[in-house]
Design a protein around this ligand. Structure first.
Ligand SMILES: Nc1nc2c(ncn2[C@@H]2O[C@H](COP(=O)(O)OP(=O)(O)O)[C@@H](O)[C@H]2O)c(=O)[nH]1
Ligand SMILES: [Mg+2]
Length: 332
């Protein structure tokens, strides 16, 4: 039987160096890399044969916040690739590289978004196969600044990942040697990512996964900000006397309303229905039973354990009146 390839996914925000890193591993410039390239579920994969019994597959995973596609699309593409293609066929990732430009002076919204979804998608169990890779070291002019950035990242933004066992590596040279140095110890058998477990083992829908819920929260926050900006623009336009400026404000307002509509559509696609939300309260019990139902009722009765956004439904009737059979179908 042919040995399984070592599969490594490369993730990170747009422009953080994913494709460049893979190009260094395949030893080619992008336009020459066709001989290695294939698409699986919309994800670009590059295969490198080091020897007859050692084959690598590097996957160039699309970033969130790409203006050319919706986050929902990106998320579905990643999930299909991770879930259906690999995990269901019992092929786990051997490693995940997450790239970050060390030259970035601050964490932009987009960089934060990518990092947050990435960490929720991985989960703690897979941490030993994850590498946070800082790129652009060869472009660093102020070494002290870069070292300060590393400390800030390690003690702040990356702390939960590092605490879970994720390691930071520097792509110091923008060379093939350096890229291989980073991936060479990623040969372990690999652990399932949280997203894979949730989608395949726990049969969750995409929007019900931990990463899906975070994506929803982020889109919801954006939607609220957009709404607030539109309101401010309306007030400004009302107070403005100069007709030219009023016109400009109205044009901007229209543009934002169109954006708000798009955000709202994305949000709707990720929304979890009321019944599914109730069902998910019980989903830790694969065999829903009376205890789970009682526990839920108990939690609901305690003000502090119910979030404002939770729906609480009491099912009350005499013993034997089929309460469980009414509730159970909601739990699958
Ligand atoms: N000098 C240098 N350039 C880099 C490095 N990483 C990425 N780049 C360049 O930064 C740009 C964006 O990188 P790319 O790999 O396309 O980012 P992606 O969107 O994450 O795939 C490209 O022009 C790369 O050649 C690096 O470590 N050093
Ligand atoms: Mg790229």
């Amino acid at each position: 039987m042919a040995p399984q390839p070592i599969v490594i996914a490369v993730m990170g925000p747009m422009g953080s160096g994913k494709t460049n890193f893979i190009n260094k591993l395949t030893g080619t410039k992008e336009e020459e890399a066709h001989q290695f390239k294939s698409y699986t579920h919309g994800i670009k994969e590059f295969t490198v044969n080091l020897s007859r019994d050692r084959q690598y597959v590097f996957a160039d995973i699309p970033a969130f916040d790409d203006p050319s596609r919706s986050d929902q699309d990106t998320f579905r593409t990643i999930a299909e690739w991770l879930g259906k293609n690999r995990y269901r066929a019992n092929v786990k990732l051997n490693g995940i590289i997450y790239t970050h430009r060390i030259t970035d002076e601050r964490m932009s919204r987009s960089v934060c978004k990518n990092l947050e979804i990435f960490s929720r998608l991985c989960g703690d169990k897979a941490a030993s196969g994850v590498r946070l890779v800082t790129t652009m070291w060869d472009q660093v002019e102020n070494k002290e600044f870069a070292e300060n950035r590393v400390s800030q990242l390690e003690t702040n933004f990356w702390k939960p990942l590092i605490d879970a066992g994720v390691r930071h590596k520097r792509f110091e040279e923008n060379s093939s040697r350096c890229a291989w140095g980073i991936v060479e110890d990623l040969t372990g058998k690999g652990e399932a990512l949280l997203l894979q477990q949730e989608l395949v083992d726990m049969k969750r829908k995409l929007n019900e996964t931990t990463a899906g819920k975070i994506l929803y929260t982020q889109i919801h926050n954006l939607w609220q900000e957009q709404k607030e900006t539109i309101k401010q623009l309306q007030e400004e336009a009302k107070a403005q006397k100069d007709p030219e400026l009023v016109k400009e404000l109205e044009v901007e307002q229209q543009r934002l309303v169109a954006e708000l509509r798009k955000t709202s559509d994305e949000m709707d696609k990720l929304k979890i229905s009321l019944f599914r939300r109730i069902a998910l309260r019980f989903s830790s019990n694969t065999q829903p039973n009376q205890t789970a139902i009682l526990r839920f009722r108990y939690e609901a009765a305690h003000e502090n354990s119910v979030a404002k956004s939770d729906y609480v439904i009491f099912v009350v009737s005499p013993t034997g009146a089929q309460k469980t059979s009414v509730i159970s179908p909601l739990l699958c």
